[in-house]
Design a protein around this ligand. Structure first.
Ligand code: MG
Length: 326
């Protein structure tokens, strides 16, 4: 390990803090070899996804390390869910800063251990090093789907209904609450921002039922726009149909202009998917069986673009549609 860290050496750090993350995964080979080994199967496809998180950009230096770790894992699991994949394992990249305490890494590993139990995944391997800072985290998640059945953003057809899991807007309102710009007496909104709930079991249950799917990370309007663009369709959603938490409803009652934040703010990590209208009861039922509500919010149309209708049928306009990546 390079750099100025006079703490646990790389090998000690791996053996003490990171190896426990891989101990129940035979394919990780105890982290003693140069790579992990996964059995391949002729009846499934692998789905791979990666997210990066940088201290000061995606999380703050004093955010609890266990929550940072769980969010890093969960945003990746949400991407797997969007493709209908069942998580198989993950690879971790950890670039520590000169002032990163071993205690921070230990708490980070504790967070991963907790979520590994919740989601039935294990670490397969990875790499750890020290750089000039800031702390930079990378996680590659690997999942499986039955061969040829992966859920894609492409596939929505005019006439399909548009559905969303859970509630929309809590993550974006939670970020405003953490900045003191929205009241959040119960802390529910801030919790939703800090710790997304990836809809892993629902994603797998949508295989063969949904025509297109993605997870809402950039904002409902932006992500629905992505789905429409690759499917070659348009969409019409009804503002009144949006599923809102009690906390979001309360925030909106005090400041109706926050509807724009709900629709464009991002960080929801809910699944947005389309299915033929005759499958409405079925998709609601399979999600309910996993304990997750599903709400129909509109319809796929021919043409292009996303339209939001207000309570009187009027078309609502918004200055921005969602988070833009560089
Ligand atoms: Mg995604």
């Amino acid at each position: 390990m390079a750099g100025g860290r006079e703490r646990l050496g790389e090998f000690e750090l791996i053996s003490r803090l990171l190896a426990p993350l891989a101990k129940d995964e035979p394919g990780a080979l105890g982290l003693l070899d140069d790579g992990a080994v996964l059995a391949s199967s002729s009846d499934s496809d692998l789905v791979l996804t990666k997210d990066l998180m940088i201290c000061g950009v995606h999380f703050l230096p004093d955010d609890p390390a266990d929550l940072v770790a769980r969010k890093l894992l969960r945003v990746n699991l949400s991407d797997l869910a969007a493709m209908g994949a069942t998580p198989r394992g993950y690879l971790l990249g950890l670039c520590l800063a000169p002032d990163t305490e071993d205690e921070w890494v230990a708490r980070f590993a504790d967070g991963l251990i907790e979520d590994q139990g919740s989601f039935g995944v294990h670490m397969l391997g990875g790499d750890t090093t020290a750089g000039p800072g800031p702390v930079t985290l990378s996680l590659t998640a690997i999942g499986t789907v039955p061969k040829g059945h992966v859920l894609r953003r492409k596939g929505a057809r005019p006439g399909d209904r548009i559905f969303v899991t859970g509630t929309i807007g809590d993550g974006a309102l939670g970020l405003l609450a953490l900045r003191g710009q929205v009241t959040d007496p119960t802390g529910v909104l801030a919790d939703r921002y800090r710790l997304p709930q990836p809809r892993v079991s629902v994603g797998a249950a949508l295989l063969g039922r949904a025509t297109a799917c993605l997870d809402v990370s950039d904002g409902l309007l932006a992500d629905l726009g992505h789905l429409c663009d690759v499917s070659g369709v348009g969409a019409r959603i009804e503002a009144a149909a949006l599923p809102l938490s009690d906390a979001a409803r309360h925030a909106l009652a005090n400041a109706p202009e926050l509807l724009e934040t709900v629709l464009t703010g991002g960080d929801d990590y809910e699944l947005l998917f389309t299915a033929p209208p005759e499958r409405t009861e079925e998709v609601v039922a399979v999600a309910a069986a996993k304990g997750v509500p599903v709400t129909a919010i509109g319809d796929v149309t021919s043409g292009s673009g996303v339209t939001v209708q207000g309570g009187n049928g009027e078309v609502l306009g918004f200055a921005r549609s969602g988070y833009r990546h560089r």
